[in-house]
Design a protein around this ligand. Structure first.
Ligand SMILES: Cc1cc2nc3c(=O)[nH]c(=O)nc-3n(C[C@H](O)[C@H](O)[C@H](O)COP(=O)(O)OP(=O)(O)OC[C@H]3O[C@@H](n4cnc5c(N)ncnc54)[C@H](O)[C@@H]3O)c2cc1C
Length: 87
């Protein structure tokens, strides 16, 4: 679902019709999914997953910042909500 939405946004971007709301939905959905996936992968590694000797801990940290920088998930939700409420 995420890949299909990403591809549709790329098409919109190339056609100069991608909106800030499209971007907010895309960032919110993909970055939250990235966090969920890396969290589950880290869990699979058990205690080793937490240690910096294994790349999965780095993937987890790198994923975690995605929902913070370039606009946090909460701000993405605000952008989306405002568009739905017309405010
Ligand atoms: C590694 C890294 C690189 C960065 N690179 C850049 C860069 O190149 N250029 C740049 O300009 N900035 C950059 N930033 C800054 C980044 O964009 C901000 O950290 C981000 O926008 C969040 O702002 P803040 O840290 O001030 O958090 P705050 O705005 O203080 O937010 C703290 C918490 O409160 C929540 N919150 C805030 N307002 C609301 C609201 N209205 N409703 C609900 N919840 C809310 C947030 O979602 C968050 O959970 C970078 C940050 C990091 C960590």
């Amino acid at each position: 679902m995420a890949r299909v939405y990403l591809n549709s946004c790329i098409d919109k971007y190339n056609d100069n019709c991608m909106t800030p709301v499209d971007a907010a939905v895309l960032k919110l959905m993909l970055t939250e999914m990235q966090c969920k996936v890396t969290d589950e992968c880290l869990q699979l590694f058990g205690g080793y997953g937490y240690t910096i000797e294994y790349p999965i801990s780095r993937f987890y940290v790198d994923a975690r910042v995605q929902t913070i920088y370039a606009g946090t998930s909460e701000i993405m939700k605000e952008v989306i909500a405002r568009s739905m409420l017309g405010k």
